[in-house]
Design a protein around this ligand. Structure first.
Ligand SMILES: [Zn+2]
Length: 214
């Protein structure tokens, strides 16, 4: 009996370690990261969030070769816990992510980040073609695998390489990286009350998830 309990304890412990390992971590924005954000993803002439209101997440994920990697993402402190839980679910589901680098590594240029199929969150910028602040500017929205999940409007597809994944018949659950309505990625976000741009009617932003649903 004692042996059985010890064996059970060992199994439970291994499970706990695995779960711990699958969850990323959060920290205050370090000095080097903050200084690289200046003039790229954070601007003095825009109403960007204060440094203290942002967190740097380190997130374990699997890439398209099934290799385990650690990515980095900046988000609002208010949603940091939710996002760590969501990405733990995404990792458990085995969903592949190509790249998870801070948008400042692309000079704050959303177009370059999307073209590189980069998954990212915070970027203090306006909604393309408007003078409204994007939900990304609040650190409460993120874009996942933009190539497999493009932003589709009447005027085009963004990024351009997303043209292979913009038609309904190209958006099947068995295509790696493609996010569909009943997909584990969508379920992970919706379980925490987040909205998906694939549910929008006028345009489709398949890569986009936000706390507000906007
Ligand atoms: Zn977005």
């Amino acid at each position: 009996m004692r042996q059985a309990i010890a064996a059970l304890a060992a199994i439970l412990c291994a499970g706990a370690l695995q779960a711990e390992d699958a969850r990323g971590t959060q920290q205050a924005v370090p000095d080097d990261v903050w200084s690289a954000m200046q003039g790229t993803s954070w601007h003095t002439d825009m109403p960007c969030p204060a440094r203290d209101d942002l967190r740097l997440l380190t997130i374990p994920y699997v890439d398209f070769y099934a290799d385990r990697r650690d990515g980095r993402m900046i988000v609002s402190a208010e949603v940091a816990d939710d996002l760590l839980s969501i990405f733990a679910d995404i990792l458990s589901a085995g969903y592949p992510i190509q790249s998870m680098r801070l948008v400042q590594e692309f000079g704050g240029d959303d177009g370059l980040s999307m073209a590189a199929n980069n998954t990212s969150a915070f970027n203090c910028r306006l909604v393309a073609g408007t003078n409204r602040l994007s939900q990304h500017a609040l650190g409460k929205a993120l874009d996942i695998n933009p190539v497999q999940n493009p932003y589709v409007t009447r005027s085009g597809v963004s990024p351009a390489a997303g043209v292979d994944f913009d038609e309904p018949h190209e958006r099947k659950a068995d295509v790696p990286g493609v996010i569909t309505a009943e997909h584990p990625v969508v379920r992970a976000f919706k379980a925490r009350g987040w909205g998906w741009g694939g549910d929008w009617s006028a345009s489709k932003d398949y890569q986009h998830f936000s706390e507000s649903g906007k």
